[in-house]
Design a protein around this ligand. Structure first.
Ligand code: CA
Length: 584
């Protein structure tokens, strides 16, 4: 029987045994640390020294016997703390299982160690260490994540850089792993610690969602009560919230394994430098966008094109109930408010292919499906809805009228042409097949016209849709392709404004000439985003190993993250010259 050596030293073990996988605040693009040579001594806690901690073993009770039966005697959680590499804990359930220690009192954890079950080494990848002060781990925060598979028959140690003390510590097995852990060790110092330093998984902020009773989030309608934490500034800042609702969101994206979420804080928050102070935020999953940056990039285009409002959006890592979920984008909810859509005394609507699934919607005289986003579903009156649909129908009738291009009596009475054209340029420059499946419009105040915007939902843009691939080989604009609009009237409306109306067409050319220089160095932004996302994308594609698989509407599976990024850059370079032809 192989047992753990009583005393370990760096001199004996050499260089290769121990991984340094602790939490750091790397700058984007900085190289990851390699192996750590220093090995912790098997110290006991005396005079405040950091030592190997003992406690009561806690965790998933139901284990699995060698024959695959549920058991409480074979391969139990205690086997992860018996100093024997040949014994292990394996849970009966395949997901969301864990094992750890009740330390009896709070300890600041300085180091964790693990050894995978022999023969199941790869199942340790993305295993997550957490600390908490409630036995349910509803207040759990991360301590360290396993980035590379462990080596069997030896401990792998990770430094922990978290100053808060925890009474309960655990290892949560990654998805579908049944834990399968041979040994665990926790090192630390007794004490409550302080709130000066938390573990951020990568250079990106970490969003931690702990749902009540660790319930899964399975609905787009019902919020699950949760504690949500946001660790940022390299681990120096923690936003701690309770009674936060988390539910599913999205249309097509909700159907993929990596789920998008909506977060509703109990009180207004302004996380991660967002301009808005609001309760509702979104976590965009980008499952089919293997660059993980298409929405960020489209929003950058939106800012450069001069839209009145561009949604706030910043990349984060997400942990849900102890399980790493991948790289997400933390974004505004598209809603009216300060720092958001500027339509406080007006309304916000969306020409929306999915309008029939929404609570407050109408269909225009020409069968355009429209969702009313503001006033809110539970606040809008019948009169307000009638006024909104009435104005929309007047706008629509004017677009399709004989004198539609007339400056005085045509559609300009109802629609702001510049924001419509700027939104058109964003959609067409980015090559987004969804731009006219979802067109946001808003009206600020009772008088005035409808403005178009914000840009939203660009995961299929930048050459990520097999139905329109390759975009720059198309003879015309992307909105004119089959399937790019919910009803033909939407396509006809765009054509009348950007092609048929001589003033509209001239203004589009003029705007493009003015805006093109602002877009010519967009690939520098692609490069800086790729550097920012580098560490997180590595974890993301361990969680979702799809780089060689076509998912959603992917035209091609390019096999690597850099190849996916390069494809976007090539597209942008070609699009800049193709657009010159298209606007003629
Ligand atoms: Ca063991």
């Amino acid at each position: 029987m192989k047992t753990l050596p009583k005393f370990l030293s760096g001199a004996v073990l050499g260089t290769a045994l121990v991984l340094c996988l602790g939490c750091r605040k790397d700058e984007p693009g900085q190289q990851l640390p390699g192996y750590e040579e220093e090995v912790p001594q098997d110290q006991e806690t005396e005079n405040g020294e950091s030592g190997k901690l003992k406690g009561t073993v806690i965790g998933t009770a139901k284990s699995m016997s060698a024959s695959g039966q549920a058991s409480t005697t074979a391969n139990t959680r205690e086997k992860a703390f018996d100093s024997d590499y040949n014994t292990y804990f394996t849970s009966y359930e395949s997901n969301r299982t864990w094992v750890g220690l009740d330390l009896g009192s709070a300890h600041v954890i300085t180091k964790v160690g693990f050894a995978p079950r022999i023969g199941k080494e790869s199942l340790s990848v993305l295993g997550l260490f957490e600390g908490a002060n409630t036995p349910s781990f509803s207040d759990a925060l991360p301590l360290a994540i396993v980035r590379q598979k462990g080596k069997s028959g030896s401990m792998q140690y990770m430094d922990v850089n978290c100053s808060k003390g925890f009474r309960y510590v655990r290892y949560v097995g990654p998805d579908n792993s049944r834990c399968n852990i041979a040994e665990l060790e926790f090192y630390g110092v007794e004490g409550e610690g302080d709130n000066s330093r938390f573990c951020q998984l990568t250079n990106l902020p970490t969003v931690v969602i702990n749902t009540e009773n660790a319930s899964p989030i399975t609905s787009k309608e019902v919020y699950v009560n949760s504690n949500v934490y946001i660790i940022s500034d390299g681990g120096a800042s923690l936003l701690s919230t309770s009674d936060t609702g988390v539910r599913g969101r999205g249309n097509a994206s909700w159907g993929f394994p990596k789920k998008p979420y909506r977060i509703k804080f109990d009180s207004k928050q302004s996380p991660l430098g967002a301009p808005a102070s609001a309760k509702s935020w979104t976590l965009i999953s980008n499952y089919g966008d293997k660059t993980l940056m298409r929405n960020m990039l489209a929003f950058e285009v939106s800012r450069r094109v001069g839209m009145a409002y561009t949604p706030f959006c910043t990349p984060v890592d997400v942990i849900l109930n102890g399980e790493y979920q991948g790289c997400y984008q933390f974004c505004d909810q598209v809603e009216v408010g300060t720092g958001r859509v500027p339509a406080k005394d007006g309304y916000l609507i969306e020409i929306d292919a999915y309008a029939y699934d929404e609570e407050v919607n109408f269909v225009s005289d020409r069968w355009m499906p429209v969702t009313v986003k503001y006033p809110k579903d539970d606040e809008i009156t019948g009169d307000e809805l009638a006024a909104i649909s009435g104005f929309f129908n007047k706008m629509e009738a004017a677009v399709f009228s004989e004198n539609f291009a007339d400056a005085a009596v045509g559609y300009r009475k109802y629609l702001d042409v510049d924001s419509f054209l700027r939104n058109f340029i964003i959609g067409e420059f980015c090559g987004n097949t969804d731009t006219y499946w979802s067109v946001y419009m808003y009206k600020d105040g009772a008088d005035g016209v409808l403005f178009t915007g914000p840009a939203w939902d660009y995961d299929l843009a930048f050459e990520n849709d097999g139905r329109t691939y390759p975009i720059n080989d198309l003879n015309g604009f992307i909105y004119a392709t089959k399937g790019s609009v919910p009803v033909d009237a939407v396509r006809s409306m765009v054509t009348r404004i950007v092609r048929t109306d001589p003033a509209g067409k001239a203004r589009l050319q003029e705007l493009w000439n003015e805006l093109k220089p602002r877009l010519e160095d967009l690939n520098a932004c692609v490069d800086s985003n790729a550097a920012l996302l580098e560490e997180s994308q590595q974890l993301n594609f361990k969680r979702w190993p799809i780089l060689s698989t076509r998912v959603h509407e992917n035209p091609v599976a390019r096999g690597s993250y850099p190849a996916e990024v390069d494809a976007v850059k090539s597209y942008i370079t070609a699009r800049l010259s193709k657009f010159d032809e298209l606007v003629k």
